[in-house]
Write a protein that binds this ligand. Sequence first.
Ligand code: SAM
Length: 300
Amino acid sequence: MGGGLKPSGERTLGREHNTLRDDPMSERKKAVRDFWDTSPCGTSGLQRGKELRRFFESIEKRRYELEPFILDHAEFDKWRGKKILEVGCGTGTDLLQFLRAEVNAFGVDLSIHSVDLARKRLGLFGLNGRRVFVGDAEHLPFPENSFDLVYSWGVLHHTPDIARAIDEICRVLRPGGEARIMVYHRWSLVALRSYVRFGLLRGRPMRSLDDIMAVHQESPGTKVYTQAQVRQLLRRFHNIEVRAVLTPYDLSLADGRLSFTWLRRFVPQSLGFFLMARGGKSGVGEVSPAGVPVPSFRER
Ligand SMILES: C[S@@+](CC[C@H](N)C(=O)[O-])C[C@H]1O[C@@H](n2cnc3c(N)ncnc32)[C@H](O)[C@@H]1O
């Protein structure tokens, strides 16, 4: 499996795997980074005991039990031998699956603590931790046309400028490459429950859902999207598919202490909190779905 991809053109910030650019980071983005530095994704409620390997194994087990639809969306084995980038890889749970499937995979994440954990984790499982970098989805530290797949699960709704991040994903994809992402769904049971809890039950029925999600859903400034908005964000791609999937978080109350998984059979998937989306980057010289020859991304 070929490695050989180095992040391009950035001043390193103290550690060789830290590729954040010189650009001063906005306060909003710092708040996002600080949140995930304090609570790396998937680690809450797990006992970080002496045995780091067992800790990582329990994160992995819990993740695919709760979110088995990741396996269909990512199709880890399909990318064997291809070069892929995971944007917002967190502690590296999905990245590990790509690497185990012999995919030439790299990861970036804004959170230094998450990247440290991901690097340790890959090392523990005999893989090269230097494939993970600290980096910003809105300024991806890679040359254009580098990857066959850019994958991002549960990340882009946290970054302050999602449109910029999607432009970056398009830039680093090769012509003919594919983006597969997941973002949070506005018309979902999770969002409805948050509105009831933080709006209605607090006597603030006029409080907007945007404000509620920005304040109460994980890192500060989290956004939720409709399917139409996701299609609009991905408009530079072709063969766009967007679908909602019902999650255990839609069917639980009291911070997950009450779970109604039996309800799954009666609730439509369209009310699920996760919007899984994919789209292809047109090849240069190809004809777009609108019948117009497609220039390279830079020429647009
Ligand atoms: C909910 S976690 C998801 C992590 C991983 N994809 C997973 O599913 O386990 C969100 C992650 O997005 C990262 N993130 C947020 N904004 C980012 C940005 N602008 N660039 C890179 N990573 C970002 C956070 O640091 C955090 O690790």
